[in-house]
Design a protein around this ligand. Structure first.
Ligand code: FES
Length: 104
């Protein structure tokens, strides 16, 4: 299992997300209550950054056309997007957020 540090929990806002780019991934981090979730930042409909969307409970609204995505799973909840975005496993240790990746 690979771990990549993404951010500090205090860097993640509560009303929108935080975009973090790794070498290969573009990730949107969200804070829901005291939990942190990570999904793909690129909307599945067109080019838009989900981390710039408004967060309502555990749903983020795409800033471009308004599709809602579940930040816990990446599932798409409303049109015009029809495909989910990836979701990623993260763990928080000492206020640092780490992405967990299976070894290839
Ligand atoms: S770009 Fe996200 S819904 Fe269209």
């Amino acid at each position: 299992m690979n771990r990549i540090r993404l951010a500090s929990t205090e860097d993640i806002p509560t009303e929108t997300g935080l975009r973090v780019d790794t070498d290969t991934l573009r990730i949107a981090l969200f804070r829901v209550d005291d939990e942190i979730f990570a999904i793909g930042d690129r909307c599945s409909h067109e080019e838009a950054s989900l981390s710039e969307g408004d967060l309502f409970d555990d749903e983020v609204e795409c800033p471009k056309h308004g599709s809602a995505f579940d930040v816990r799973t990446g599932a798409v909840l409303s049109l015009p997007a029809t495909d989910p975005v990836p979701s990623y496993n993260v763990v928080v240790e000492d206020d640092d957020v780490y992405l967990l990746l299976e070894d290839q």
